[in-house]
Design a protein around this ligand. Structure first.
Ligand code: APR
Length: 272
């Protein structure tokens, strides 16, 4: 790992000072968090959408129009996973995921809103988390919102689409991953809004901040005067709103942040 340059170290020091003063820091994470785990981002250099073009925005409409056909295609595709699916299945949490979970254990991060569906935050030990775009290892009933780990929900290919067995619901079951055009489950939205209202410090990590409602939460927080920390090697639409900008990969910035917060905790540095 190349040592962080002076400007980045200074930015991380200022970010640590903001977090040391805060009581409820909320984080919004994006695909950049998982890039160092070998999972491509969607946008920017080498991004999935950059290479293949954005997916159809009516994915959910297509699913709802013929869920049986959607499931038949999913079962066919399962035999030859895409490169993206293979990258996610092979991925391990990286130092950024592990550092973010440590920041939660230290009490420095109160809640994580992640746009990532890869489960790597949970596998790294993150507990207070809202997976606003779902989790690809879970299934969900579109009617009642009941969720099951995929490993515990065996799809009977002779009975498609699979139906919810919860209290006679009978709703259609799909992957928990939120499709383009699909309503985000209300409980997830309520939790994100509640945590954003409680935030007295907000940090974005590895997101291009172009997809809503996720990108709206840091904006809502800054409108209340809440300081915003952006960790991203590239500029984003949120950069002008940021109090501190850390132009570094999350796998390098977050471990450095832990060390500085520990020194703050020990009182061995003055707050700049
Ligand atoms: N560390 C931190 N950030 C990084 C790193 C890294 N190592 N590498 C790249 N990035 C940044 C890029 O600069 C970019 O700003 O991560 C961001 C990734 O942006 P996107 O690919 O747009 O991912 P994200 O913001 O999560 O997309 C939001 O869009 O397509 C939908 O549902 C999908 O959840 C996704 C949503």
């Amino acid at each position: 790992m190349t040592p962080l340059d002076t400007a980045t170290q200074d930015a991380i020091t200022r970010a640590a000072a903001l977090m040391a003063r805060a009581r409820h820091t909320v984080v919004l994470a994006g695909a950049g968090m998982s890039k160092e785990s070998g999972i491509p981002t969607f946008r920017g250099d080498g991004g999935l959408w950059t290479i293949n073009g954005e997916p159809p925005l009516n994915q959910y409409e297509t699913f709802a129009a013929d869920p049986r056909r959607w499931w038949e295609r999913r079962i066919e595709e399962a035999a030859q996973p895409s490169d993206f699916a293979a990258a996610i299945d092979d991925a391990q949490p990286n130092p950024g995921h592990r550092a973010l979970a440590e920041l939660e254990r230290m009490g420095a991060v109160a809640h994580l809103i992640t746009q990532n569906i890869d489960d790597l935050h949970r596998r790294a030990g993150q507990e207070s988390i809202t997976e606003i775009h779902g989790n690809r290892h879970w299934m969900r009933c579109v009617a009642c919102g009941m969720r099951w780990p995929k490993a515990e929900y065996i799809v009977d290919a002779t009975e498609l689409p699979p139906r919810c067995t919860q209290d006679g619901c009978g709703g259609i079951v799909k992957s928990d991953t939120v499709m383009f055009g699909e309503p985000i489950p209300a409980l997830a939205l309520e939790r994100c809004a509640r945590e954003t209202r409680r935030a007295d410090c907000f940090m974005t990590i590895g997101t291009s901040a172009v997809v809503y409602p996720a990108a709206g939460y840091p904006i809502d927080a800054t409108r209340r005067g809440v300081p915003l920390i952006e960790i991203n090697p590239e500029e984003t639409p949120l950069t002008p709103l940021a109090t501190v900008v850390v132009r570094a990969p999350s796998g390098e910035a977050l471990p450095a942040l832990i060390e500085l917060l520990r020194t703050h905790r020990n009182g061995s540095t003055t707050t700049p």
